[in-house]
Ligand binder design. Structure first.
Ligand SMILES: *Cc1c(COP(=O)(O)O)cnc(C)c1O
Ligand code: SF4
Length: 336
């Protein structure tokens, strides 16, 4: 490992060598091959970077990192209310690759790909093919943003926007900074957690090289996802002056305990990351077995509030199609 900055292309190598064969994953972890479901794998392929597999516990079929990526037979049961477009994003898509649902910020589908396929992903059925931001679509998106004076923030999302090469990200952020009413650029990504080498010098320079204030929202669900390599990656972002927040998804059997949530907030804060949102699951087809009732989620966050300073308690939220912002669920404090 380089002392501070990783080699500029180390992350692309890690992307290419991610595990996509369930048998390889399970044999690496000394687990029975029967744990993976072939139909679930063919409907949404297994994908997990080796660096994350190294943080899984061998021999543990309930490992919280493994359960987030292993194709399971439970995904193949249709459950009423769980659909392929739970957020109705297909209706808020005025220009290809652009989603404008909340008045002051706009989401740009920078990339359809991800470094990892999370089984509960709310975009696992999103029509990325129709939403590629090629040069023509990018010009149209810029025109759209330029003509909407109310927009103050552009959010690069996906898929995972950091699957995109640094040179392209730098050009995109520079183009956005030419639009006078934009103040901030935000990147929503899971890559620094699953492939920490993704935090290159070129990336931090792209994010901090314009007048736009840079924000990164990580997606980390469990304290076991954070090791020294992730800590170093986050330190590189923080040292560069980037505001770093975290959002997580509340998942049954993975992080639905006060202990896991408390450790997640505390571990991230050690490297200067504040919790942002804790999302209840979007009702996406194939993910019903991760669902937790609102009442349980509200009790959990109520208890978390008693155990942590307020600034380390994430906002419990969900996305409801048609609302002008995320919808917050208030913590239930009656049991504390
Ligand atoms: C979540 C989301 C945002 C960002 O919302 P914040 O509350 O600012 O984090 C913006 N646009 C869309 C379409 C979103 O889904
Ligand atoms: S990294 Fe995010 S977008 Fe990609 S599969 Fe996971 S949850 Fe979905």
């Amino acid at each position: 490992m380089n002392a501070y900055w990783p080699a500029p292309d180390a992350w692309q190598q890690a992307l290419r060598t991610a595990i996509t064969d369930p048998a390889e994953l399970l044999s690496t972890l000394e687990l029975p091959l029967s744990m993976a479901d072939a139909d679930a794998h063919s409907s949404f392929e297994l994908r997990v970077p080796r660096a994350l597999v190294a943080r899984m516990e061998p021999g543990n079929p309930l490992d919280p990192l493994l359960l987030q990526v292993l194709p399971s037979a439970r995904e193949m049961t249709a459950v009423p209310g769980f659909s392929t477009d739970p957020l109705a994003e297909n209706d808020a898509n005025p220009s290809p690759g652009l989603v404008h649902k909340y008045r002051d910020r706009v989401l740009l589908i920078t990339s359809g790909g991800c470094a990892i396929n999370c089984r509960y992903c709310f975009r696992r059925h999103f029509p990325y093919q129709q939403n590629q931001l090629g040069p023509a679509q990018w010009q149209k998106a810029l025109e759209y943003i330029d003509s909407h004076q109310e927009l103050s923030e552009a959010i690069l999302s996906g898929g995972d926007p950091l699957v995109t090469p640094d040179s392209r990200l730098a050009r995109m952020i520079a183009d956005l900074s030419d639009i006078a009413h934009l103040k901030r650029v935000r990147i929503h990504t899971r890559l620094p957690v699953v492939i920490p080498e993704r935090v290159t010098q070129e990336l931090t320079e792209a994010m901090t090289g314009t007048r736009l204030k840079p924000v990164m929202v990580l997606h980390c669900n469990h304290p076991q996802e954070i090791d020294d390599s992730v800590r170093s990656a986050i330190m590189r972002l923080r040292d560069a002056g980037i505001t770093v927040l975290n959002q997580a998804v509340l998942l049954r059997g993975i992080n639905d305990s006060v202990e896991a949530q408390k450790a997640l907030s505390e571990t991230l804060f050690e490297v200067g990351v504040l919790p942002y949102y804790l999302f209840v699951l979007d009702p996406v087809a194939g993910a019903a077995h991760f669902d937790i009732s609102d009442a349980q989620a509200q009790r959990l966050v109520g208890e978390l509030q008693a155990r942590l300073p307020g600034y380390l308690v994430p906002r419990l939220a969900r996305e409801i199609p048609g609302r002008p912002s995320k919808t917050l669920l208030s913590p239930d404090q009656t049991d504390v």
